[in-house]
Design a protein around this ligand. Structure first.
Ligand code: ARG
Length: 595
């Protein structure tokens, strides 16, 4: 499917090539004085040492634009301003209206993409950091799957390590049945803190806990069985949270730290053979280049502790190696908070040094361009930290309860849904209980997700119920309402939305043009977001689209118009609703038919 940008670039490229005497690719962006602006002549002018305005004029003599543009002019220092002709616009729009995928192509280069997200810890409450990871990761999964990639969801559950000694001993103390109950209903904080208290207060408990860790690592059957109880019950609870959130994570997506246990000894062996391991304070460490502490000393990544145990870093190295080698992933995403940036950067650097990916590995993959018939060369593997900032309370500090504990994620969700329900009850008292509950859920959860995704993820954001649930501004309820309002146009008139253009679409009024251009930009936004994973750009686009629709709806009568104008406007309405629904769905947000 062609977007206007691509169409114009297609038309301009040969003209630029002719003037430049070699292939040149003009870039196109949204213009202020026209639909689009191209600054290709400026770049070329610099390269050729010629006046950019002259080049622009020359390009326009060669370019065939008559059938797509109604106005073309050189402006300023050599910009080319382009305004699409109504017919061209109508044709492009008819194309995406007839397309199930709204003009968004399936990718020509499908990749295997591993998304590591959520990653809560067994027998520990999920906190808002896990909320962000789960929401952002889910959006990544949705966008990339929709683009046609093979996405492998990996929930890197914290299910191994020294805390399990005390957790298992505590489980024995309270009794298995009681412990299982506490965990599955979500009293993880209580459980964990009680274990911690016993550990801190009671020497005998401490000794038992340490022995238990040894038994766990040695694979003692009884200990493993008790460990499994903790993991199973915690998973049940996490699954309940995911269901509440409406994310795509399933029970099959748990790939906990423990799964990589067997790979840890060979990992250490491989790193040792490569000469990457060094002893430091009794521990086996790697020192990837470029990482130093405050004093400028090289920073260690501890692979094996002095006591022979393995930690978080060793597991992450084994996991990464597995994903690169066994899963043959093309792209690996780690949706993890910014505080773990350095840890992940060190893990990634070590993987490069070990030759698991990067220049050395790609070279060995037969990337010789002269090799010929090996098919298109594989793009280099990408390993990315999809990082995100903190969630702040209304005081601007990291979100905590009044007692100072970290806030329980489900409490936040419940509160958002309860507030949404109260508003709905007030506005629409006749709605039956089930419908009200469903709507409250869509709005409340949608609001939380949208608040998270609509800002630059790398920045901290303030958790503010009033703002996220507001019907005005860049919020989920605003967009959901915009969508429902369009659907109600069709419902009220008892007509079905026209999908296929009966004749040419008529796009004449400025407000129609503005809306049409936003609709046509959707494919490029998706493509960009699939690369950058900056979901706020999609959110922003949807907000602009809804705003453009408001402008259109205020200025252009739909049902009261006639003939092909009425038809065109109905197509614009339907296309806007579909784009809003699809865009919000890619962010994991529902779009109720009525609000
Ligand atoms: N369980 C970790 C935490 O709560 C997050 C895991 C992130 N993923 C990873 N591969 N390290 O901080």
């Amino acid at each position: 499917m062609v977007t206007p940008e691509k169409l114009l670039i297609e038309r301009l490229a040969p003209a630029f090539a002719q003037v430049a005497g070699m292939p040149a690719d003009p870039s196109m962006r949204r213009g202020r004085h026209a639909d689009f602006q191209c600054d290709g002549a400026l770049a070329l002018g610099r390269r050729l040492g010629r006046d950019a305005r002259e080049i622009a004029a020359e390009v326009l003599r060669y370019a065939v634009l008559d059938d797509v543009c109604s106005a073309v002019e050189v402006s300023g220092p050599g910009f080319v301003n382009l305004t699409l002709a109504p017919t061209g616009l109508g044709r492009l729009l008819a194309g995406i209206a007839a397309d199930e995928r709204l003009g968004v192509p399936r990718t020509a280069r499908p990749e295997t993409i591993v998304v590591d997200y959520s990653g809560p810890n067994t027998a520990k409450e999920m906190h808002v950091g896990h909320l962000r990871s789960t929401i952002i990761g889910d959006a990544a999964v949705r966008v990339l799957e929709w683009q046609g990639h093979t996405v492998l969801r990996r929930n890197h559950l914290g299910d191994w390590g020294t805390p399990f000694g005390m957790l298992i001993e505590h489980l024995l103390d309270v009794g298995e049945t009681e412990a299982a109950h506490e965990l599955s209903v979500g009293d993880l904080t209580g459980f964990y803190q009680a274990a911690r208290r016993a550990f801190d207060a009671d020497e005998a408990f401490r000794i038992r806990s340490r022995e238990r860790v040894v038994a766990l690592q040695a694979g003692d059957p009884t200990t493993l069985r008790l460990w499994r109880v903790l993991v199973t019950e915690s998973k049940k609870y996490f699954m309940a949270v995911y269901a509440r959130l409406g994310v795509r994570l399933t029970a099959d997506d748990f790939f906990g730290e423990s799964r990589y246990n067997d790979e840890l000894p060979p990992l250490v062996e491989e790193l040792a053979e490569l000469g990457l391991l060094r002893e430091s304070a009794g521990a086996q460490c790697v020192f990837p280049a470029g990482f130093v502490n405050r004093d400028g000393d090289p920073l260690p990544l501890i692979v094996r502790k002095g006591d022979g145990g393995f930690g978080y870093a060793a597991t992450d190295l084994a996991t990464l190696r597995h994903r690169l080698r066994d899963l043959a992933a093309d792209r690996l995403l780690y949706v993890v908070g910014t505080p773990q940036s350095e840890h992940l950067a060190m893990v990634f650097a070590t993987a490069r040094d070990a030759g698991w990916y990067g220049a050395a590995a790609e070279g060995a993959d037969g990337a010789d361009p002269t090799a010929g018939d090996a098919g298109p060369p594989r793009a280099p593997t990408r390993v990315e930290h999809v990082d995100f900032g903190y969630v702040l309370g209304s005081d601007g500090k990291i979100l905590r309860t009044r007692a100072g504990a970290s806030v329980k994620l489900v409490d936040l969700l419940d509160e958002a849904v309860a507030r949404a329900a109260a508003t709905i009850a007030e506005k629409d008292p006749d709605l039956d209980a089930d419908a009200r509950a469903a709507l409250a859920r869509a709005v409340g959860i949608g609001a939380v997700k949208y608040a998270d995704l609509s800002g630059d993820r790398r920045k901290d954001y303030r958790f503010d119920y009033d703002r996220m649930l507001s019907l005005d501004g860049n919020t989920a309820p605003y967009l959901q309402y915009a969508h429902a309002r369009i659907r109600s146009i069709f419902a009220r008139a008892a007509i079905r939305a026209p999908r296929v253009a009966a004749g040419p679409l008529v796009i004449r009024e400025p407000a129609e043009r503005a809306l049409a251009l936003r609709l046509l930009a959707f494919p490029d936004v998706i493509e960009e977001v699939g690369e950058s994973l900056q979901f706020h750009r999609l959110a922003h686009h949807l907000f602009e689209l809804a705003t453009a629709f408001t402008g259109f709806y205020e200025n252009c009568p739909v049902l009261r118009s006639e003939g092909e104008i009425r038809h065109s406007r109905l197509v614009l309405c339907d296309l806007t609703a579909r784009t809003l629904a699809r865009g919000l769905d890619l962010l994991g947000i529902e779009t109720p038919e009525r609000m």
